[in-house]
Design a protein around this ligand. Sequence first.
Ligand code: TMP
Length: 211
Amino acid sequence: MRGIFITFEGCDGSGKSTQLRRVSEALKARGVDVLVTREPGGTPFGELVRELLLDPAGPDRTALAETLMYSAARAELVLRVILPALEQGKVVLSERFYDSTTVYQGYAGGIPIPDIEAINRISTVGLTPDLTFVLDIEDPQVFHARLGPKKKDKIESRSDEYHRKVREGYRDLARRYPERIYLVDASLTEDEVFGAVMSVVQEFMDKARER
Ligand code: TMP
C-alpha cells in the first residue's frame, strides 16, 4: 500500500513543529512507520539551501529567485526522500511543503499564483499531500511572543503586513481546497489543537485501511 503524506503549515510561530512531533510520537506508539521531514531542508542539499535562504545577514533577492530556490530544495526532497518513503508504505510528516511557496512567495511575495502552481507541479513531480493542517493564528503579537527573544531569520523579520498576507493566503487556500486542507485554530491549547489534528489523521487512516 502507498503510504500517507501529511503536511503541517502555518505562519511562523504557529506551533507546527510541536504538533508534528506529537502526531509522530502518537503514530509511532501505535507501531506506524513514520518519516519526519521539513522544508526547506531534509536533504544535505536542502539544508544548505535553508541556510542560504534564512540567514538574517544573507543577501536580498527577488521573490522569483526565492521561489526557485525553495523549489530546488523541494525537488531534491521529493525525489530522494518523500517518494521512496511513500513507496515503502510509510506515513510521511513534513513541516511545510508547496503551500508555503504559494503563500509566502505568491500571496505575500507577489508572484502570480498560476505561475507558482506551475512551478509547484514541476518541483513535486505532481505529488500532492493527502492531508494538510494549517495552524492559524490571528494575532501577530502571538507570533512575536512565540518566536521569543531569539534572532529572527530572514523571512520572520519581514513586515507585519507580509505576515498578514501569508495568513490570508493560507485561509484562502483552505477555502479553495477544503477536501485536503484543515484550518485549525492555533490559539487553542496545545492539547486541544493536538486532539483536533489527531482525530482527522485517525479518520483518514481508518478510511485508507478500508480502501
Ligand atoms: P521554518 O522552518 O522555521 O518555518 O522556516 C522556514 C521559513 O521559510 C519560514 O519563514 C517560511 C519560509 N518558506 C518560504 O518562504 N517558502 C517556502 O516554500 C518554504 C518551504 C518556507
